[in-house]
Design a protein around this ligand. Sequence first.
Ligand code: BES
Ligand code: ZN
Length: 613
Amino acid sequence: MKSTFMVALSCLAISCSRPPMRNTRLDPHSFSNPDQIEAQELDLDCDVLFDRKILQATATLTVARHAGGEDAPLILDTRNLNIEKVEAAGEGGSFSKAKFSLGASDPILGAPLTVTLPAGATRVRIRYSTSPGASALQWLDPPQTAGKKRPFLFTQSQAIHARSWIPLQDTPGVRMRYTARVRTPGDLRAVMSAANDPHAPRTGQYSFRQPQPIPSYLIALAAGDLEFRAMGSRTGVWAEPPVVERAAREFEDTEQMLKAAQELYGPYRWGRYDLLVLPPSFPYGGMENPELTFATPTILAGDKSLISLVAHELAHSWSGNLVTNATWSDFWLNEGFTVYVERRILEKVYGRPREEMEAALGRQELEREMSRVPARDQILHIDLKGRDPDDGVTSVPYEKGALLLRSLEQAFGRDRFDKFLREYFDHFSFQSITTATFVDYLKQHLPGAQDKAPLEEWLNKPGLPESAPRPVSDAFTKVAEQARRFAGGEISAAKIRTGGWSTHEWLHFLESLPQQMTAGQMLELDKAFSLTRSGNSEILQQWLLIAVRNQYEPASARLEEFLTSVGRRKYLKPLYTELVKTPAGRVRAREIYRKARPGYHPIAVTTIDGIVK
Ligand code: BES
Ligand code: ZN
């Protein structure tokens, strides 16, 4: 096996200017040609203009040519960018105008920007501005923030939205280091997916450096009235003033999780690990931006019950950010590995019963998802050609991927499998790999894997192999029994023994109830447990889903309040989908969506537009 050290040595010998040779263009979601000419560094100089809701910026890319790409133009991805000027320069030389053309715009991919480079050019400088509807950006007015006084901006680049705010090779197969200078109005603080210095004065001018090569989907920026609270020497929280204290308490176990992850999978190779709590319109639960996880405020439950999200985003520091999916068809390499690592971290910090509950909920969710999505979306190595990669995001890459790793762990034993995984992260560190590369590595380093796990079935067939693990939780068995007795009329809601139930047990209870409930049962449950008033976003969302399905009127106002205040796609999608199933529900969905839509992120809008028509 080639060690990272040897790779580094051989790299030095050839002075490292050429990235490793690649001979195929793998990614159907990028117009770029990294097989011929590849960006290695990005420098971004950027003004954040809140009044016009645009970024005005200059991006300078340092590129290297591969053999065979000597005369090739540089093709970049863009979406709705106004390109003002393109220049090129050789090593150490000065910039002069370069010829460029913007191709026709594709509804999913955006438009290719083709730059003709003079011989010897190694740097390309592009002056441009974004458009107000840029798919990565959400511009929030003060009322949409926690503090209500200042505006807020944040980006979401994954999967293919980086191109809507930076012209670049927007494919996870290309990795770049970056530097940036960002100017904001007044004293708004800007932070990026890099080490953020909490002591930097709030002058409206900030600079950043991400020294590790990362894929474009991990480039991130946010600006707002942000404060910092340290948790450990390398961990902390950024949030608006009304939220920051609460967030620091909720996430206080972060340092412990980081230690657990390192014991399992080797050193944390990024400088800091901070979290940024965003306003509630953030379209995801979390986003693993390097050194600065972006997180939804809906996980601030007050009792740390939803911090598996921190374990998840932290786990991406190994699976995803260190070893990266080369294309969106390989997305399960990011998410399946991450869910597996997330649960190993949770087990180490909170014990096995907690891990078992999370894993059991995961398998249940997967089975429900499999019954909803078409066969082609039940495949780990998914074909996304012609589709928006955001549409491939179901629980399949997450939970089916994690089950595959769990089955290998069970087949080979923990000691062996842990060693394998740790070496895998070392071997492919700071590289982007495909499913085929993983399979080759697996066969070589865990011989017999293909006999112990039906790999072809796992990776390329819908559904789950018969031998897939079935995580069980003793705590859940008891919960399900109570749900069954309540549903069957054996016991009243008041008699259900819920004393000491964790959030996970509540979630399992709700999921164990029959799809159809009587109005009396709904009312009884709500009276006994105040579910409509729950302050736990997961429990509330699950309850609202049941309420919509059973047309439980008393939850109607709360449903509207939830849908108009939270923009997390994972919550919105099932609720709107359930609503539109009946004619009356569809009317209600339209009515709520009309009010809610202006507050959602463009990514959530795209999803919900497809549901509420
Ligand atoms: N990287 C994902 C979020 C993502 C996936 C953004 C695909 C865009 C396209 C992140 O790590 C994630 O999986 N977030 C989950 C939470 C997690 C605990 C399962 C989410 O947002 O719900
Ligand atoms: Zn993830």
